[in-house]
Design a protein around this ligand. Structure first.
Ligand code: CS2
Length: 489
């Protein structure tokens, strides 16, 4: 089957596929994006594609730090790819916003060149939680091997932080206004964290430079949201059928798509308001609500559901006792930790999130959400737990996703199965050392370094609630076991 490319684009119109209606040959590169994974491609690239319809400055240079996969798939397609929007009805849209695809480890100079180019007004990133190389207290982990490497080899970095620090230095020297640097990862206060990391990196060698970054560079915080299952063969087949051409790497998402950006962008940026992006002073309120209510619930479904042998979010939310438990966790524990912005009604938000989880057209694997638990759980659950502990609110339900993660790690460890997590080297042996005794196993997890905030690691109340939750989940192997395990919680 012929594959998607610019030359055959016009034939798609007759098939009802939405196409870029701007002159792609005239598109300029105004955005450099790090991490061209599925989420970026259904989300920020979609918004840029919208923006390009009225302003041709917002083409994207995609940068993968290591992996060649997206470049190899999309370069022969002239950067084109399809988003399948799967909801009550399916629709297909070809995105034309990708101008260039680089792999940093192969072409570091080209990446730097793009970052330094004054036409680059936005640098965006979806490199996942681990890509930021942060310590648990939020500072830059200067002992991280990649950060060490970048400090020693500033002009040929490996990390986003290293690239930004070097490029900003050049822009300062050349006196060109720096770009806005926009983290789009699911980290609380993502912009502040990235800013702190870049400033701390720069400060290692040049205090003046660090001050300049603090004063001159905007790192807005953002909230990003759209449920994006990984691409699978079923999607490839579905898209090929809709297009009549093969797309080597289509992506899929639900219809819901939201981007909230802090209102401190400088210089020319896309007309975000016109393409449905919210620019606000209260991004923190949106971000917290989303990270806790949506992502916290997701991780809970992922770990508890996996123990019960369930496969997808839809399967998990269709189990009444698990759905009931997650609702209580959202409506009581997470909600009471939030002070929402005026524009956000938390009850309506919870209803909407639950309805999204119940979208039968989206096959979102629990195994995908279960990745990188050590990086995700701090923002999704531990923050709320620290606050609940300090305010003397209940923590029993909040312990369930954590205890489920312990069991998940234990079961993987005992079967010798790999754990996808940057801390896998610690987690796999830890899982193997577990013996099923709740006190023993929970103590092992509580001794995990670089995960727990001290107030939680040292709390007897936390330990005993974790032990209780761990015991409850011990014998969960099927969906039928969930009622007994979660019943009265
Ligand atoms: C999910 C998120 O994989 C995960 O951990 O919780 O990717 C989630 O689907 C998105 O944040 C939704 O916006």
């Amino acid at each position: 089957m012929t594959h998607l490319k610019a030359a055959n684009l016009s034939t798609l119109r007759a098939r009802g596929v939405q196409l870029p209606e701007y002159d792609r040959a005239r598109v300029q590169t105004g955005v450099v994006h790090f991490g061209p994974g599925a989420f970026h491609r259904v989300h920020q690239a979609f918004y840029m594609d919208e923006a390009l319809h009225s302003d041709l400055r917002w083409g994207i240079c995609e940068v993968a730090l290591q992996s060649t996969g997206v470049r190899d798939a999309l370069a022969p397609q002239d950067g084109l790819y399809t988003i399948a929007v799967l909801d009550r009805e399916a629709s297909y849209r070809v995105i034309g916003a990708v101008k260039e695809l680089l792999v940093a480890k192969e072409s570091p100079k080209e990446v730097m060149h793009r970052l330094i180019d004054p036409a680059t007004k936005l640098v965006t990133a979806t490199i996942t939680e681990k890509g930021y190389c942060l310590r648990t207290d939020g500072g830059l982990d200067t002992a991280h091997p990649d950060i060490q490497h970048d400090l020693q080899n500033p002009s040929s970095p490996r990390t986003l932080v290293g690239y930004l620090a070097y490029a900003l230095k050049q822009r300062r020297q050349e006196r060109t206004a720096p770009p806005n640097i926009v983290s789009c990862d699911n980290l609380a206060e993502n912009g502040k964290r990235l800013r702190r990391a870049v400033v701390e990196f720069a400060a290692q060698s040049d205090a003046e430079m660090a001050k300049w970054i603090e004063a001159e560079v905007s790192f807005p915080c953002t909230m990003v949201d759209s449920i994006t299952p990984a691409t699978d063969d079923a999607l490839r087949a579905r898209v090929a059928n809709a297009l009549g051409f093969e797309d080597r790497w289509p992506v899929q998402r639900e219809a819901f798509c939201q981007w909230v950006i802090e209102d401190n962008l400088r210089g020319p940026v896309p007309d975000f308001g016109a393409v449905g992006v919210t620019v606000t002073n209260d991004v923190a309120g949106f971000e917290r609500a989303k990270l806790r209510l949506l992502n916290g619930a997701h991780s809970t479904l992922a770990y508890v559901g996996s123990l019960a042998g369930l496969e997808t979010v839809y399967n998990a939310i269709s189990e009444p006792s698990l759905a009931g438990f997650v609702q209580k966790l959202m409506r009581e524990d997470f909600k009471s930790s939030l002070t929402p912005p005026r524009a956000l009604n938390l009850d309506a938000y919870i209803d909407a999130v639950l309805a999204r989880f119940g979208n039968p057209a989206i096959r979102h694997l629990l195994a995908q959400i279960a990745w990188d638990g050590s990086q995700k759980l701090p923002f999704r659950v531990l923050n709320t737990m620290s606050e609940a502990l300090a305010a003397n609110r209940p923590i029993e339900r909040l312990c369930v996703p954590l205890a489920a993660w312990f069991h998940f790690v234990r079961r993987r460890g005992s079967k010798g199965e790999t754990i996808t997590d940057p801390m896998a080297e610690k987690l796999s042996p830890l899982g193997q050392q577990c013996n099923g005794d709740a006190d023993h196993d929970v103590s092992l997890f509580l001794s995990l370094e670089r995960f727990w905030p001290t107030e939680l690691a040292n709390s007897e109340r936390v330990k005993s609630a974790l032990v209780q939750a761990y015991k409850r989940l011990s014998n969960v192997h099927t969906a039928d076991d969930l009622k007994r395990a979660l019943g009265e919680l």
